[in-house]
Design a protein around this ligand. Structure first.
Ligand code: FAD
Ligand code: SF4
Ligand code: SF4
Ligand code: SF4
Length: 359
């Protein structure tokens, strides 16, 4: 494992995987992830299906300048000035079905969570959750990397309302799945002791049965990253086993964000707290960076690198051969961070891919 300290930016499911990998280090081998910056996330889209859907509406991905979620609509701003909009409810053909069982909207187990909802245009909403996150945000404000003010009451009410909508809609869906025998292990209440007991019996075959074949995999790549013998590969958008498991290894099952989550990570009643546990919430902008919203995620990463708080950051840029296809990589260069600003609304094997490539 690389001993370089890393800051990771990711969706709530990716941040959860990072949390599990580090918490159960003795089983997973741990990771260099030292700072976790979570993004708000209602759902994510399949790259292939998004591409196919837009093509059916006579739009090629290379014609798109920017994607945004605005006022309940999925919006594609085209390079020629035209704008394509559809209500979020109509994105179903390209929404990843595994997102329908996810109830974490604001990345509850990050150090710092960032999204657009709750703040004015060109600002990001920042939820500070840990003491480490607080030190980083306080320093970013003091040193002029970002400008922050407390979120408005109206903004916070809206944020809570949207987070609650995700929780109630997806709770109905996962309960239905459980009722028809499709397990949603990540939503079962389980103690730390039971967690060790259950995961300690499981290997890749169980991951296959409990997560992958029931449509719960988020494609984070954590299983591929933690496997000590490279027995997992993500092929054709699915993790597959390419060799026999090592005796007594359970690393992938411990790390996966869609196996059990103990109450030491998600305390009982977490879904009654729409924004999770937090210290402070701000509306923030970073004047120096053109980001998706306030450019705040990129400004925090620049601060972390310039002040040697981490050695590398993991960001999601675009595949040079396929427009808008997300590609994750590790970098210590400020210009790479600035280039990677902006949201790529789809999933491929991002998340842990960059760390796996560096193993
Ligand atoms: C799939 C997805 C769904 C989202 N849904 C919501 C939502 O419902 N409500 C909401 O308020 N906000 C949502 N966001 C967050 C929002 O789009 C912005 O990313 C956030 O407000 C930060 O903006 P910024 O200008 O501060 O970040 P920027 O400075 O623009 O930086 C964005 C960072 O995000 C990283 N990134 C880009 N694409 C991905 C990706 N696919 N996976 C992981 N990291 C990525 C980049 O590496 C970059 O470091 C979503 C983000 C993603 C990736
Ligand atoms: S499972 Fe889907 S909705 Fe949940 S955090 Fe991951 S990408 Fe977002
Ligand atoms: S050896 Fe098997 S159980 Fe261990 S991490 Fe690899 S795939 Fe999973
Ligand atoms: S099976 Fe692997 S890629 Fe899928 S969610 Fe679990 S750890 Fe992530």
């Amino acid at each position: 494992m690389s001993n370089k300290k890393t800051a990771m930016v990711g969706t709530p499911c990716q941040i959860l995987a990072a949390t599990k990998i580090n918490r159960y280090e003795e089983k997973t081998g741990g990771s260099p992830i030292d700072v976790k910056i979570g993004l708000f996330c209602m759902e994510n889209f399949s790259y292939q299906y998004l591409k196919r859907y837009l093509k059916s509406r006579d739009i090629e991905l290379f014609e798109v300048k920017e994607f945004r979620i605005e006022k309940g609509q999925f919006v594609a701003y085209l390079i020629d000035g035209n704008v394509f909009r559809i209500p979020i409810a109509e994105t179903e053909p390209f929404t990843r079905k595994n997102c329908h069982i996810c109830t974490d909207y604001t990345s509850d187990v990050s150090d710092i969570s960032v999204g657009s909802v709750g703040s004015p245009k060109y600002h990001s909403t920042v939820i500070v959750r840990s003491q480490k996150g607080k030190q980083i945000i306080d320093a970013c404000i003091a040193e002029g990397y970002i400008e922050a003010e407390a979120i408005s009451r109206k903004g916070q009410d809206l944020l809570e309302k949207i987070a609650n909508q995700k929780i109630s809609k997806n709770t109905r869906i996962y309960k239905k799945r459980e009722a028809i025998g499709r397990p949603v292990l990540s939503k079962r209440q389980i103690s730390e002791e039971e967690f060790y007991d259950e995961c300690g019996k499981c290997q890749f075959d169980n991951l296959q049965n409990d997560v992958i074949s029931v449509g719960s995999c988020v494609l984070c790549g954590a299983c591929e990253y933690v496997c000590p013998i490279d027995a997992v590969q993500i092929n054709n958008r699915k993790p597959v086993s390419v060799k026999e498991c090592e005796e007594d290894c359970h690393a992938c099952y411990f790390a996966c964000p869609r196996t059990f989550i103990s109450d030491a990570i998600y305390p009982e009643g977490i879904d009654e707290q729409p924004l999770g546990e937090y210290l402070e919430i701000y509306s923030v902008k970073a004047d120096s960076i053109m980001g998706q919203d306030g450019g705040v995620v990129s400004a925090i990463l620049v601060y972390l690198l310039e002040n040697n708080i981490v050695d590398e950051v993991s960001v999601v840029g675009e595949d040079k051969d396929a427009p808008w296809r997300p590609e994750s990589y590790l970098t210590s260069k400020i210009q790479d961070v600035i280039k990677a600003a902006g949201t790529k609304y789809s999933t491929t094997t991002i998340g842990f891919k960059a760390l796996t490539n560096k193993k």
